[in-house]
Design a protein around this ligand. Structure first.
Ligand code: HEM
Length: 107
């Protein structure tokens, strides 16, 4: 609901150094994250992914809520060699909220 999305917007401040989402979002040091929930990994136009992300894309990985939660909990464990330099979110409520926030930018 709206409260969860608002909470997720706050959590996204941890991501915003590298990612944009919403109207006019562009690739920065991380890919733009519009429409990411339910869509293939490693497939944002114009972004240069690490080889592990290219492999995930080739393998057909789709960002379901569960896959996003697993990645965002421990990025470097989930995707060894990823260039996403982020420790991960340990708080389960933060995780749920930020995934709901990203899901609010689905087309
Ligand atoms: C990739 C989310 C924090 C840099 C991704 C992807 C998602 C994501 C969903 C996969 C995109 C795709 O498959 O197209 C988040 C969230 C964050 C966060 C929700 C905060 C909780 C950060 C931070 C940085 C960063 C702080 C930079 C220091 C990147 C990079 C990639 C990536 C470079 C591409 C990974 C690769 O090619 O190995 N992020 N991210 N992210 N993110 Fe983040």
């Amino acid at each position: 609901g709206p409260d969860l999305i608002a909470a997720g917007e706050k959590v996204f401040k941890k991501c915003a150094a590298c990612h944009q989402v919403g109207d006019g979002a562009r690739n920065r040091s991380g890919p733009a994250l519009n429409n990411i929930l339910g869509h293939p990994a490693g497939a944002v136009d114009g972004f240069r992914y690490s080889s592990v992300f290219q492999d995930m894309q080739a393998a057909g990985l789709v960002w379901t809520e569960d896959e996003l939660a697993a990645f965002l909990t421990a990025p470097k464990t989930y995707a060894a060699g990823t260039k996403m330099s982020f420790r991960g979110l340990s708080d389960e409520e933060d995780l749920t909220a930020v995934i709901a926030y990203l899901g609010s930018f689905a087309e």
